[in-house]
Design a protein around this ligand. Structure first.
Ligand code: GLN
Length: 391
């Protein structure tokens, strides 16, 4: 037994972090045989051509390290796709770094572009990694609230968050967990503050293809003056239903790419070669497939909203991504975590407590997040089980 006084103990930096709530809720879903609407991954198949491309690459012995920053073919495909859709010029060799998922890309960007002592502005509720990522980079996260029902921010509150210490701001649109799609006007407010204070925008656009009701996705890098001060992260996971492949990327100004690449190389060397090869095939899918993807998700959103309304939840209609936030105060539990525990154990539906997306859970509204990236039959089974909720 190692004594508690021993120096054989976890580093201080990890004490600040809780365990990831997503993995924990998926574990509880399995334990209680619940319908898993917690962690954000699809339970339906990935596109056949994309899977075949990965298998072909493995059979073709593409099983060794790829170039650290990603295969040339994938980097060119990422650059070409971004330029074609958004009109922003991207030079693959100078600006694109492929990482092990956009999660690693975000970490590599923070470590590569932020110094200890800097502040990083993060909108709250936030995807849980951003806080720990900033802390691991030695920076201090500073939170600005998005408020229901439309999850917009107060421009004055945002203005007050900027100072000479601010090095970067993290934007995630379409947003996890709220489904908010930032409007061009909102992005312009953020952009003008970035320009005023000489701040980097780190824009997580992993749900860029999942937008509803004819809304456009506006990339931060496409706003005037922002291409030189924006790092965009995205990846294959959500668009091609391959969250386990861990292929993500950062598109950065050339002046920041070197630093991001160094961090990425020392963290993971390179992303998996066969999945990068499959990524080239994925990115060449015809435009109609993305129209179908967004339409399919929109109908799942509508089904989810209908289910939640019938079971007495007040839900906030998402404009994109594949999550819905719903109020749970009316069920009479002390916290949303307690309600989520009850829901997974007694009702058989796993969700993520909304307070886990806030730095101070006690100050968060009482909500849970439902993921609707599921087969309709899965959502219908959740519907049946939610019928057991007392009314
Ligand atoms: N992005 C997914 C979610 O929000 C999964 C994240 C994870 O497992 N870390 O649920």
């Amino acid at each position: 037994m190692i004594s508690p006084m021993s120096r054989i103990r976890s580093a201080k930096r990890v004490n600040a972090f809780a365990d990831s709530v997503f993995g924990e809720m998926t574990r509880l879903a399995k334990l209680h045989n619940a319908v898993n609407l917690s962690q954000g991954f699809p339970d339906f198949d990935a596109p056949v051509a994309v899977k075949e491309a990965a298998c072909a690459s493995i059979r073709d012995e593409q099983n060794q390290y790829a170039p650290p920053y990603g295969t040339k073919a994938l980097r060119e495909a990422i650059a070409g796709d971004f330029t074609a859709r958004y009109g922003v010029p991207v030079i693959a060799d100078e600006q694109v770094t492929v990482c092990c998922g956009s999660t690693e890309a975000m970490m590599a960007v923070m470590m590569g572009c932020i110094d200890p002592g800097d502040e990083v502005i993060v909108f709250e509720p936030f995807y849980e990694n951003y806080g720990p990522d900033a802390v691991m980079a030695g920076a201090q996260p500073k939170f600005v609230r998005l408020r229901a029902p439309d999850w917009t921010f107060d421009p004055d509150e945002l203005k007050r968050a900027f100072s000479n210490r601010t090095r970067a701001i993290v934007i995630n649109s379409p947003n996890n967990p709220t489904g908010k799609v930032f409007t061009r006007a909102e992005l312009e407010v953020i952009a003008s503050l970035c320009l005023q204070w000489d701040v980097l925008a780190i824009s997580d656009e992993i749900y860029e293809r999942i937008v509803f009701d004819g809304r456009p996705h506006v990339p931060m890098a496409s706003l005037p003056g922002m291409a030189d001060r924006t790092v965009t992260t995205s990846g294959l996971s959500k668009t091609y239903s391959v969250t386990g492949w861990r292929i993500g990327w950062a598109i950065a100004p050339a002046s920041l790419t070197g630093g991001i690449r160094k961090i990425h190389d020392f963290l993971t060397v390179a992303a998996p070669t066969p999945f990068m090869d499959a990524g080239v095939v994925a990115l060449s899918m015809p435009p109609e497939s993305y129209v179908r993807l967004a339409a399919d998700y929109q109908s799942k959103r509508d089904l989810m909203l209908d289910i939640l309304a019938r079971h007495g939840f007040t839900a906030y209609r998402p404009g994109g991504a594949y999550y819905v936030i719903a109020d749970v105060e009316q069920f009479g539990f002390a916290t949303d975590t307690e309600f989520a525990q009850y829901l997974v154990k007694e009702i058989g539906v796993a969700t993520v407590p909304g307070s886990s997306f806030y730095i101070d859970p006690a100050s968060a509204p009482m909500t849970v997040r439902f993921c609707f990236s599921k087969k309709n039959e899965t959502l219908i089974e959740a519907d049946r089980r939610l019928g057991k909720l007392p009314r």
